[in-house]
Design a binder for this molecule. Structure first.
Ligand code: NDP
Ligand SMILES: N[C@@H](CC=O)C(=O)O
Length: 280
């Protein structure tokens, strides 16, 4: 299909990217040039080079990407409202992976890591290659999207990322099927040990994203008290604490299902409907 020709002939169309691919970036550039609206669940176009990013957001009212962070949760909308009202955000801390939240809480309940990763995939929480989640890369992309929204001109390689599997099990070394079929089992004991050690201290492990000030942006495992906002998370829930001038001592907190087909699709649909307002 010649998408450029189709979009060029009509107004009021939105180009919706729900792939997990970088291949759509070139097409998105064309679409933006034609003045079309864009809705993204795909994080990759927003986490490519600054040049691609600047192009994509060059008409801010014509792009919506709520589902790229926290699936259907109103994360981007809330941040945009704070920023547009002149309330500077200085710190965001959160648990932004439905997959890793689910995996950690199930391992705490004694289930093997390898098994719960497969269940997370079947439930629609993981990326097409679950190593995108387990490497921390998916959370890093969300962190980058948020950091760029706050005005930070950084790339993925500025983010400190902790991976839950070794390089020898990466996509260059084995297929998704090999990883899930045989590779991942060898990680079970290690993860179970880490979870047990944390539990002896009354703590749990959570995969945490921190964006702070003008330089800190990191994602990785933290040992946290069970009875803390992040420690209390169960299943695929995400939680995000936003600290700004108005929300200084008590953060603005957004919490709820952060992955899954229904909530993601609802986020995408809400974005499409929202964009309709541009075409009275
Ligand atoms: N699952 C979730 O909870 C959430 C997902 N997202 C994002 O949504 C996106 C999709 O995730 P999910 O639905 O789980 O993944 P799936 O693998 O289920 O779906 C991806 C779809 O994209 C299609 N696709 C892949 N490459 C291209 C391409 N170059 N052009 C057109 N279509 C393509 C695939 O088609 P085919 O099968 O034929 O290859 C497939 O239908 C990802 O970017 C993910 O990060 C965001 C928030 C939450
Ligand atoms: N794979 C992601 C889906 C949403 O972006 C996750 O687990 O959070």
């Amino acid at each position: 299909m010649d998408i450029a020709a189709l979009l060029g002939k009509a107004t009021g169309l939105a180009f919706v990217d729900c792939s997990a691919s970088s291949e759509t970036i070139r097409m998105l550039n064309q679409v933006v040039d034609m003045g079309c609206c864009v809705v993204l669940a795909n994080k990759k176009p927003l986490t490519s080079t600054m040049e691609d990013y600047d192009k994509l957001v060059s008409y801010p009212r014509r792009i919506r990407h709520e589902s790229t962070v926290g699936a259907g949760l109103p994360v981007i909308a809330s941040l945009n409202r704070l920023l547009s009202s002149g309330d500077p955000v200085h710190r965001i801390i959160g648990s932004l992976s439905g997959t890793l939240g689910y995996v950690m809480s199930e391992v705490e309940d004694g289930k093997p890591f390898s098994e719960v990763v497969k269940v997370a995939k079947n439930l629609g929480f993981t990326e097409p290659d679950p190593r995108d989640d387990l490497s921390g890369m998916d959370v890093a992309r969300k962190a980058l999207i948020l950091a760029r929204l706050l005005g930070r001109r950084i790339n993925l390689d500025s983010i400190k990322i902790e991976s839950l599997y070794p390089d020898e099990m990466g996509p260059d070394a084995m297929s998704v099927e090999e990883f899930l079929g045989s590779g991942i089992v060898s990680l079970d004991n290690d993860v179970q040990e880490r979870v047990k050690r944390a539990s002896l201290n009354g703590n749990v492990l959570r995969y945490v994203c921190v964006i702070e000030g003008s330089s800190r942006c990191e994602v990785g495992i933290q040992e946290l008290p069970k009875d803390s906002p992040l420690g209390r998370l169960r299943g695929s829930d995400n939680v995000l604490e936003i600290y700004s001038r108005c929300y200084n001592k008590q953060p603005l907190v957004i919490q709820g299902a952060g992955a899954g087909n229904d909530t993601t699709a609802a986020g995408v649909l809400a974005d499409i409907l929202d964009i309709q307002d541009l075409f009275p």
